[in-house]
Ligand binder design. Structure first.
Ligand SMILES: C[S@@+](CC[C@H](N)C(=O)[O-])C[C@H]1O[C@@H](n2cnc3c(N)ncnc32)[C@H](O)[C@@H]1O
Length: 179
């Protein structure tokens, strides 16, 4: 097993959780970083594909995943279905948290397929705010990225429990196979 991570601070967090032998992690950009070896599985979970904020970078990431796979190997992505059906025509903001200690709002740009997640946390020590840039891609766009990289769709589920993907699914777990 091997990992690629951009942030040394996140690797430090991983190390705190590990109980067995440490996972080898290469610091770098998942769109371009190559690790040695050939793998049966490449996994990119918890919306992480959206951290690549251009179509070019997402296409490169699919190609990089395929380049790490042996023939017949799988690339698995877990991410959001873009929640644009919830956005009234012409509007840009969707709240996803409105608690006493946490306000969260996504601001969408449907022209560039980008969005910014803004969080404000309030606590005893004051307020913390972050704004994180993302790019959303539709499942069909990901299928095309996969095909460009020599992979074909094998499964699409609504979650890790393999429940059917439907017109009400808010997330997807997609599996492409390298041909
Ligand atoms: C949504 S978090 C996923 C966290 C972790 N997978 C989990 O389940 O808790 C996204 C992770 O991707 C990393 N990341 C963002 N952009 C990246 C890039 N271009 N290359 C590699 N890692 C990246 C972030 O530093 C962060 O650790």
């Amino acid at each position: 097993m091997s990992g690629i991570e951009l942030s040394r601070a996140m690797v430090d967090e991983l190390r705190k959780k590990e109980t067995g032998a440490p996972l080898p992690v290469t610091i770098g950009d998942m769109a371009t970083t190559r690790v040695s070896g050939s793998f049966s599985l490449v996994a990119l979970v918890f919306n992480t594909i959206d951290n690549l904020t251009t179509q070019e970078a997402q296409v490169a990431c699919f190609q990089n995943a395929a380049d790490h796979l042996e023939t017949g190997g799988r690339f698995v992505i877990e991410t959001l279905v873009p929640p644009l059906q919830r956005l009234p025509f012409g509007e840009t903001n969707l709240a996803f948290a409105a608690d006493d200690d946490h306000i969260g709002v996504d601001t969408f740009d449907v022209v560039t397929q980008t969005y910014t997640s803004r969080h404000v946390w309030s606590g005893a020590s004051g307020k913390t705010a972050v704004a994180i840039p993302f790019r959303y891609a539709w499942p069909a766009e990901m299928d095309l990225m996969a095909r460009m990289a020599g992979m074909e769709l094998e499964h699409r589920w609504a979650g890790w429990d393999r429940s059917p993907f439907t017109n009400r699914s808010t997330r997807h777990v997609s599996v492409w196979r390298k041909v």
